[in-house]
Design a protein around this ligand. Structure first.
Ligand SMILES: *Cc1c(COP(=O)(O)O)cnc(C)c1O
Length: 359
């Protein structure tokens, strides 16, 4: 049974060489006579692995020295659920962009702890877009401004980093490592692993040192940036296998030539697909071109009654997980780093054939 082209939004496809290496090392990792899952997280090889993973993130993303790199539990949801408890300090309000589904979730969680000032919301009259920063209702007294850099469900992405005075905090879950970013523009970036750098279980947090305040006493130890940083992300047992998988993905990416190389491939994949979608009215994407995501392309068939058949027939030719999120319907094509360009070529060929037979 061959592996299919997998367009899953998350957990998403891993690079084939990474899965092969996992298979080859499963019984005996690093001459331990045991798998990576069966040894202490405080053993020398595991500590060395953690160091390497951090160093590789620093190299790939160009993370400046005044930023700490943490690996925390609970996914992106745990991060946005307790951001205010870590970052409020003596402030009582926070600014949020409501760019879609994931921003809305982050807003709902933050509202438990402080005043949430929504500075702007995604404009959902077509074409979808976000108003320019000059029109946002910013509060200079807020502790930070949060936005979701790539809205995985709506297929909306910020191409530019907003220019604001207060620290920027961003959810990069569905785009981290897909394109060059200037980390120094941010106060904090977080991302779960299962879209673009591994498997569910660890969450990357990159935080500027001066933002690590005395946290709220309500905050559990395992979620305290200061304590986790002091303890090397080892306040408790970390998910060792997900860390190992991340290590393999980062080496794979470095081997390809790093972010510059993968970004060029990602741009080609997205450009081809959007160009094809736009070529006539059979398929339609609702997002303004400058706000379209390079990672998650959404579209509808003009005749929505063909959608189920589209998905079934795609599966029959080895193209899987094309269904849009239940909240928006239609089709979603997730094309993270691990999805090869040939998958997009094949998808476009299928879409052309389907249009021909049904259009
Ligand atoms: C997938 C996703 C999340 C949720 O991540 P979990 O690890 O399931 O908590 C949050 N934000 C964005 C942008 C996502 O794509």
């Amino acid at each position: 049974m061959p592996r299919h082209y997998n367009f899953s939004a998350g957990p998403a496809a891993l690079p084939q060489p990474v899965i092969e290496q996992m298979r080859d090392e499963l019984l005996d990792w690093n001459d331990q006579g045991a798998s990576v899952m069966e040894i202490s997280h405080r053993s020398e090889p595991l500590l060395a692995l953690l160091k390497t993973v951090e160093a590789d993130f620093r190299e790939l993303l160009g993370i400046p020295d005044n930023y700490r790199v943490l690996f925390l539990p609970g996914g992106a949801t745990a991060q946005f659920s307790m951001l205010p408890l870590n970052l409020l300090g003596d402030k009582s309000s926070v600014d949020y962009v409501n760019g879609g589904y994931w921003s809305q979730k982050a807003i709902t969680e933050a509202e438990r702890y402080c005043d949430v000032n929504v500075v702007t919301s995604l404009i959902t009259e077509q074409p979808f877009h976000v108003a320019p920063v000059s029109e946002w209702k910013l509060n200079p007294d807020s502790a930070y401004l949060h936005y979701t850099s790539n809205e995985t469900i709506e297929g909306v992405q910020f191409n530019n980093i907003p220019d604001v005075e207060i620290p920027l905090v961003s959810d990069f879950s569905s785009e981290i490592l897909s394109r060059e970013i200037d980390v120094s523009r941010f106060g904090l970036i977080y991302a779960c692993a299962q879209k673009n750098f591994g498997i569910a279980g660890i969450t990357l947090v990159i935080v500027r040192e001066d933002l690590i305040h005395q946290p709220s006493p309500l905050l559990p130890s395992i979620f305290r940036y200061g304590l986790q940083s002091e303890k090397g992300s080892l306040v408790n047992t970390p998910p060792t296998f997900p860390i190992y998988v991340t290590g393999l993905v980062l080496k794979w990416l470095l081997g390809l030539g790093g972010i510059t190389a993968i970004e060029a491939v990602n741009r080609r994949k997205a450009e081809k697909l959007y160009e094809f979608i736009d070529s006539d009215d059979f398929y339609c994407n609702p997002v303004a071109p400058e706000w379209r995501s390079m990672m998650n392309a959404v579209f509808k068939l003009a005749d929505d009654s063909l959608t189920a058949d589209f998905i079934t027939q795609a599966k029959a030719v080895g193209l899987i997980n094309l269904k849009g999120h239940r909240s928006v319907g239609g089709i979603r094509i997730s094309m993270y780093n691990a999805l090869p360009e040939s998958a997009i070529d094949q998808l476009i060929e299928f879409m052309a054939d389907f249009k021909q037979s049904r259009g």
